[in-house]
Write a protein that binds this ligand. Structure first.
Ligand code: SF4
Length: 436
């Protein structure tokens, strides 16, 4: 039997997919990238963007047509809003939450008997985390440490699709991490909608996020296998100083932080329900610069949020200039199905949103370039990730996740650390020469 899975959306869904692969492998099913030869066809869906939802409908429409000629089982899981769930139940054979992935063999054997009431509960969360994922890479891995979100940002539907925050037991996280380190994984990322609120749902019973990092730091110190540990995404509200202090203590805790700003305007931040002001965010940035000098800072920005005025936008532009990011993922605002803001007027035109996006891109490129200038002449550790398109140079990532293209006289191994002398600043990336 062969199965085909289409994974849409974010890194969290890709991580869910890795566990799905294991469940299928344990059932003796073979994966195929050719949906025409699959017996089981499924989608790990994303409700965040209408485009992703449209893709789900176009797929299932096609698969249901094929059903006239051959027997197939279709399923959908992932981030699904209640309204979509009801509609999917009419078109897919199986609809289930990611927490229920462990129950897939049973569902397939009794195919069709899944009731809507059994969907998206949290009883399966433990079983879900117990599944050993089949990692797509042999040097980079993601460990889910928490699922769901309690923050309710007005532009986001995650609290409605994935439910409230549930932290995974730290013993399991550390176990998974130890296995990855022993197997030689070099880039390991702790994953969650709100990674740094880890443990808050189990206060008194579970360790905090800073303590979790401390435990990982100790594992790194005691291991002969070097690795870089990242986490994404934290929420500014939970970015406490002890997290940064712990990062400063251990060399395996990579000095790179992705701290979503979304907007640099207090009025917009309030409308987004981010629950912090720009001044509070800047205090965290000051702490990062003080405790982790040289760390790279990434962010997410939404431009044109509902009624964002020129003045609101100017505050974001100024904030970005003052803070100075190494990378900014800037999105033009579009209403997300199921999110509170989808009921509000989306007044800024797409043309204006794009204009603002370009202005912010220029700002972040300037600050990234300034930062990179200081790296020229330094020899830095680099994780080799492949070869450039023309095959003449190698590609890699610095500890701060800056892309580097470099030459080497000898053959290198993808997924290993190398030392590279930075010779060139090419804007948001670097050029260099392999040294050892
Ligand atoms: S954007 Fe806000 S509501 Fe959505 S997952 Fe992140 S913190 Fe939670």
């Amino acid at each position: 039997m062969k199965y085909f899975v289409l994974t849409l959306g974010c890194q969290m869904n890709l991580s869910d997919s890795e566990r799905l692969t294991t469940v299928f492998a344990n059932m003796g099913f073979q994966r195929t990238d050719n949906e025409e030869e699959a017996d089981i066809l499924g989608i790990v869906a994303c409700s965040v963007r209408q485009k992703a939802i449209d893709k789900v409908y176009s797929r299932i429409h096609l698969w249901n047509k094929w059903k006239k000629d051959r027997s197939l089982i279709t399923f959908v899981t992932g981030c699904i809003l209640d309204d979509d769930k009801k509609k999917f139940l009419k078109t897919f054979d199986l609809v289930f939450g990611t927490n229920d992935i462990a129950g897939l063999p049973e569902m397939i054997s009794q195919y069709g008997i899944v009731s809507p009431g059994a969907l998206m509960n949290h009883h399966g969360q433990k079983e879900f985390w117990d599944i050993d994922p089949s990692y797509d890479s042999n040097y980079e891995a993601f460990i889910p440490i928490q699922n769901g979100c309690d923050k309710f940002c007005t532009y986001c539907a995650v609290p409605y699709t994935r439910g409230r925050e549930v932290s995974r037991p730290s013993s399991e996280i550390l176990e998974e991490l130890k296995k990855l380190v022993a197997a030689g994984y070099k880039s390991i990322t702790l994953l969650g909608q709100n990674v740094n609120s880890y443990g808050l749902d189990k206060k008194g019973e579970e360790i905090s996020f800073a303590q979790l990092l401390e435990e990982i730091g100790k594992i790194g110190d005691a291991s002969d296998h070097p690795f870089w540990l990242y986490f994404t995404s934290p929420h500014p509200r939970d970015m406490t100083e002890d997290v940064l202090e712990t990062m400063a203590k251990y060399s395996c805790l990579a000095k790179q932080i992705h701290l979503p700003l979304q907007s640099g305007d207090n009025e917009i931040l309030k409308k987004m329900n981010r629950n912090h002001t720009l001044a509070e965010y800047k205090v965290i940035v000051d702490n990062i610069r003080r405790l982790l000098p040289g760390a790279t800072l990434f962010t997410d920005i939404i431009v044109g949020f509902t009624e964002e005025t020129d003045d609101n936008f100017e505050n974001t532009r100024r904030a970005m200039e003052e803070i100075g990011y190494n990378m900014a993922y800037i999105a033009t605002y579009s209403p997300r199905p199921g999110a509170v803001s989808s009921r509000w007027d989306d007044k800024v035109t797409m043309e204006e949103k794009k204009r603002r996006l370009h202005i912010l891109s220029d700002v972040f490129i300037r600050s990234a370039t300034r930062f990179n200038e200081d790296l020229v002449g330094q020899t830095v550790p680099v994780l080799v990730t492949g070869k450039s398109r023309d095959g003449k140079r190698w590609t890699g990532l610095t500890e701060g996740k800056i892309n580097i293209h470099f030459t080497s006289g000898s053959e290198l191994k993808v997924g290993e650390f190398s030392k590279v002398k930075v010779t060139e600043n090419t804007g948001i990336s670097l050029g260099g020469e392999y040294t050892s």
